[in-house]
Every structure is written in C-alpha cells, then in structure tokens.
Write a protein that binds this ligand. Structure first.
Ligand SMILES: [Zn+2]
Length: 327
C-alpha cells in the first residue's frame, strides 16, 4: 500500500558518508533511497535537513561548517538527486504537487528542517527558508533554541513554553504555509503550539509514552489534543521509542502496530501517521528499510485495523494535514 513518511535523516547520513560518490537513488549507506521507496510503494518522503551539532566537525576532522551554508548544501544535494531521477520522483511543496506527481506516476520529496536554531530568532530568516522550499520545521532538537525548550527528563525544562519569538514564529509559519513539527519539543511548548495554531500541526516522529517511557514520546493527554485539532503523529520505528524497557534494542512491526493501536484508541484513527525516523535510529530493526513497509501493513491487520484504517495511517491522515498546512 502507498504511504507517506514524515521523517528520515537519510540526507544527513549520506552527506556524512561521502556526498560525491553516494546517491539517493541506489544507496549502500542509507535505509531510504528512491529505488527502495518505489519498491515499497511510497508516495511521499519528508527529507529532514538536520543541523551539524556543535563539535561534530571536530570529531569528523573537517572544517566547521556554518549552519546557513550546511542548510543550503544539503538542500542542493537533495534537489540535485531528485532532478537526476525526475522520471520517478519530484519535489512537492503542497498537497496539489503531491497529487500532480501521483497522477504522473511519481513519488514526492518534501524538504524539512530539524531544529529551529538556524532561524536564529529572525522572522526574515524563517521566510528565507520557506522561499528555499522548506515546508516543515521541527521547532527544537535536543537543545534549547530561539523557539523554546526540548523535551527533557527535567520537569522544569519540560514545563517551559515557547519563547515570545517562538509564539510569533509559529503563527508566521502557519501563515506562510509551513508545517509546525512538535517532535522533540517540551510539553509546555507543545501546549503553546496547540493553543495558538489555527491549523493542524504534527509530531512527525513520536510514539506513545503509555507504552514506552521515553520523554520524546507523547502522553495520552497530548495524543487527545492531536485528535481534537486534526493533527497527527508519525509512528517512529526506533527501539528506544517503542519498548517498555528503553534500553531494549529491538524494533518489530508488531510493536509499532501496538503504538498505532494505543494512539488510535486514545486520539482517534485520524491522528495516526508514519514517521519512521530511518537513518536516525539504531538497533535491530525489523523494518530495516523503506521497502519493508508491508510488514507494518500486516502487523496493523493483525492488530485489528481495517483496510480503511490502514489507508488513513499510511497516507490519508498526513495528506490531509499537508493539504491544510502547506502552500
Ligand atoms: Zn528527531
């Protein structure tokens, strides 16, 4: 069945290997590439450009790369790869683009950014990223930034809301037509987003805390808010976001389906989507690449989901959110 995945770190992984020889069509170093996306029946992949964490260059033994340059570099890398394979995939910036690509028998790539730090507290910079084609932004990664605080084991940090800039920027993002992504955000920030958003938003790669106590996952109350606001969460395939024991390194389709069941029972079937986080997660992954998504389809059937429900989880819910938010 066709599907939309809201998060992967493949562009970053590819860049870290060797962007000159690696390619996004037939990759030996990533779990997502165009060839396997096609084999898996994929409709859309969000390709996240994440920022190089401080000090990372030193570890890699390369010169420090300014964020603004890195963001352009990875974007160009994705665009170049898509252009080279335009017979099967094209960029999409909104729902109409996706539908047009579908009609032409092509998959779609969406450009997203993980970590609003690069916005640097400036709405003009945010607009530049929008103009460059970024259509989704994960407000925080694992550190506090101009938008607000990340999710944390420290309740004081978890309670922090969006900064005054964050509040303004989220409203501006919705005006521009950029999807607001709350995965990685503090709980206080999440509720600020829910309060001020006039359109749906997304946790692109987060599961249920009731089944796995990682602080990146969502509480039942948050899941209900997603349902009430027409928003979605993307099922994350990472073992640390699936297991009761977060040290367990095993990820199975059955476990992902259990999270789908819990999220659907709590917030409604309309708030469940997919955000596998491939190439950003490690461990023993049953769905080890995007072509194996059929394993999730089978597991969802075993979990009692109907064909209609699975269609919603696989692409209809996220397509609705894209249509409501991106322009
Ligand atoms: Zn992430």
């Amino acid at each position: 069945m066709q599907f939309i995945d809201m998060h992967c770190d493949s562009v970053w992984t590819m860049f870290m290997q060797d962007p000159d020889i690696a390619n996004l069509y037939n990759s030996k170093v990533t779990s997502v590439d165009f060839k396997r996306m096609k084999k898996g029946g994929q409709l859309v992949q969000f390709f996240a450009v994440c920022l190089m964490p401080e000090g990372c260059e030193r570890e890699l033994g390369i010169e420090p790369i300014p964020w603004c340059y890195f963001i352009r570099l990875l974007r160009e890398y994705l665009l170049r790869n898509v252009l080279e394979h335009q017979d099967i995939i094209e960029m999409a910036y909104n729902g109409d683009d996706i539908c047009r690509n579908m009609k032409n028998g092509k998959m779609s790539a969406i450009l997203s950014m993980e970590d609003g730090a690069a916005v640097d507290g400036n709405l003009d910079t945010l607009k530049i990223y929008y103009d460059m084609g970024y259509r989704a932004l994960t407000l925080t990664w694992n550190f506090e930034n101009c938008f607000g605080a990340p999710n944390s084991k420290d309740p004081a940090i978890m309670k922090k809301g969006l900064s005054s800039f964050g509040l303004e920027a989220v409203e501006y993002m919705q005006e521009l037509g950029m999807l607001v992504d709350v995965s990685h955000l503090s709980e206080g920030g999440f509720y600020d987003v829910a309060r001020i958003c006039k359109k749906p938003f997304a946790a692109t790669h987060s599961n249920a805390i009731a089944l796995c106590p990682h602080q990146r996952n969502l509480t039942d109350a948050q899941i209900r808010v997603l349902g009430e606001t027409g928003s979605v969460t993307g099922l994350n395939f990472g073992p640390e976001f699936l297991n009761k024991d977060i040290a367990c390194k095993k990820s199975t389709a059955a476990l992902i389906a259990k999270h789908a069941r819990h999220i659907a029972d709590t917030g409604g079937i309309e708030c469940v989507g997919i955000g596998g986080d491939l190439d950003g997660i490690e461990g023993e992954l049953e769905i080890s690449d995007c072509s194996k998504i059929y394993l999730l389809e089978d597991a969802l059937k075993k979990e009692g989901f109907s064909e209609d429900d699975i269609e919603k989880i696989f692409y209809k819910n996220v397509l609705r959110v894209i249509r409501d938010t991106m322009k």
